[in-house]
Design a protein around this ligand. Structure first.
Ligand code: KIV
Ligand code: ZN
Length: 516
């Protein structure tokens, strides 16, 4: 079996996609889960892009120890040095530098000749290599580059010290046979046997996974991919699809990854809950319907022998059997045992908090499903200190167009109340909270979903809120969607309050003068 390294770019290319930005804490949680998933490399961010990106890479490098941590840099010395500053605490750091090699990028974006670009690559890789033992060079838009020029650049990058050469199909243009041939054409470049060839395929034509597989079939030994296939535009190759294709067809492909496939579903769910973006129900491997059999003939077949219609088992990717688990009389030990079965290693403190949330939920809803328990961990156990807490909530009246709410918000032991009307309950809630705390928050994005399917299901609400230019996300869950919306808005405020208390310069400009 030939080992294929899985390079996860969820936190870098994935996070670049609109609607997928994540806080430092969220990135850290995901990086820890990617470590549990046993990917080979976690690309943690693009340190020069913002202070937040730098901080996320630095913390992941220092705290996630069992995996290589990569970060992206353009070819300028400032980018590369900043990248190294963020990475240097990692057990196995990797600087990932890139420059476009296609004529269309060189002419219209970089305004560089081929010769100048070649020199730039050599200087960048040499500098990166003087700082770090592991350096990846990416030839951006390699898929549309002149193959001869690409070979020259790859050879020069190897000579300058690159340990990995990445051949991105940046715009998702290649067909599988074409992409495979491009990878194969690098096979006799001088020094290629001493480095790893990597694929990085975008999904603009829905071919990212097929192209990645064509890449490994033609000599690549690393695949760059993202959980749920997120990434620029149509996204990157989906990690779970690449990994399961390699596993399900391992006999034919004679390749293997080190990924613990039983963590795939949980990783996908965590990303959805952190970003508020669900995958479509028919998404391969991790979609809600990926293992659902609706047609009578299919159900009959699966009942007689699962392999009739299932090429892999739900268990192999960690999809739980939707089974009824705990009720209000269940104790803390039963809860701890169920969390262990679901694969969560909760600390004593987290278990205690999860148990409190579980008992509150069990008072309102029976039975409690695995998805409810997951929601408790993913949404309820966030580490944001509660500066503002929802204490009272009343939907006063609702007509076709107008809705009125009265809220009580507690801060520091004092209760502040206020009412507002709005165009629907969420609008009224936001206005009421803004009025109580004299804030200027504006909801940029709102999504609500039910965690399980019954009428008393827990609903999760996700919001992206703009507080005077500072964008934060809020999340909360409740059996009452309006209460979840109010808590989600307050969760976003609590994140701002915490940043203000840390005297973060940008956040210090954001205050809530109504409650000081
Ligand atoms: O798509 C791309 O070319 C990239 C590179 C920076 C690797 O994301
Ligand atoms: Zn990309």
């Amino acid at each position: 079996m030939r080992p294929i390294a899985i390079f996860d770019t969820t936190l870098r290319d994935g996070e670049q996609a609109p609607g997928f930005s994540m806080s430092v804490e969220d990135k850290l949680r995901l990086a820890r889960q990617l470590e549990r998933l046993r990917v080979d490399v976690v690309e943690a961010g693009f340190p020069i892009a913002s202070d937040g990106d730098f901080e996320a890479v630095r913390r992941i490098a220092n705290e996630v120890r069992e995996v290589s941590i990569a970060a992206l840099a353009r070819t300028s010395p400032g980018d590369i040095r900043r990248c190294w500053e963020a990475l240097e605490g990692a057990t196995r750091p990797r600087i990932h530098t890139f420059l476009a090699t296609s004529d269309i990028h060189l002419r219209h974006k970089l305004l560089k000749s081929r010769a100048k670009a070649l020199d730039t690559v050599v200087e960048a890789v040499e500098l990166a290599r003087s700082l770090c033992d592991d350096v990846e060079f990416s030839a951006e838009d390699a898929g549309r580059s002149d193959p001869e020029y690409l070979r020259t650049v790859v050879a020069a990058a190897i000579e300058a010290g690159a340990t990995v050469v990445n051949i991105p199909d940046t715009v998702g243009y290649c067909l599988p046979a074409e992409y495979g041939a491009l990878i194969a054409s690098l096979g006799d470049v001088e020094g290629i046997e001493d480095v790893t060839i990597s694929t990085h395929c975008h999904d603009d034509l829905g071919l990212a996974v097929a192209n990645s597989l064509a890449g490994v079939l033609n000599g690549a030994r690393q695949v760059e991919c993202a959980v749920n296939g997120i990434g620029e535009r149509a996204g990157n190759a989906s990690l779970e699809e690449v990994v399961m294709a390699l596993q399900v067809r391992s006999a034919e492909l004679e390749m293997e990854t080190g990924v613990n496939t039983r963590e795939l579903y949980r990783t996908s769910q965590l990303l959805s809950s952190v970003t508020g973006m669900d995958v479509q129900p028919n998404k391969a491997i991790v979609g809600k319907n990926a293992f659902a059999h609706e047609a009578g003939i299919h159900q009959d077949g699966v009942l007689k022998h699962a392999a009739t219609y299932e090429i892999m088992t739900p268990e192999s990717v960690g999809v739980p059997q939707s089974r009824l688990v705990l009720g209000k009389h269940s104790g803390r030990h039963a809860l701890a045992a169920r969390y262990r079965e679901l694969g969560y290693q909760l600390s004593e403190a987290d278990l205690a908090r999860a148990y409190t949330l579980f008992t509150k939920l069990a008072d309102r809803k029976q039975p409690i499903y695995d998805d409810d328990l997951r929601s408790i961990v993913n949404v309820g156990l966030t580490v944001v200190p509660t500066t503002f807490a929802l204490k009272q909530f009343r939907l006063v009246g609702q007509s076709d167009a107008v809705c009125a709410v009265t809220l009580g918000v507690e801060k520091g032991g004092a209760l502040y109340t206020g009412s507002a009307t709005g165009d629907g309950p969420v609008d009224a809630i936001v206005r009421a909270v803004n009025q109580i705390v004299a804030a200027n928050g504006r909801v940029l994005e709102y999504s609500a979903k039910s965690v399980t399917r019954e009428s008393d299901a827990v609903g999760e609400v996700f919001m992206r809120v703009d507080f005077d230019g500072m964008i934060v996300v809020g999340r909360a869950a409740s059996t009452d969607l309006n209460i979840a919306a109010a808590r989600s808005y307050l969760d976003a405020m609590n994140k701002v309050a915490r940043l203000v208390s840390r005297e973060c310069s940008k956040a210090a400009a954001v205050e809530f003068p109504g409650i000081s």
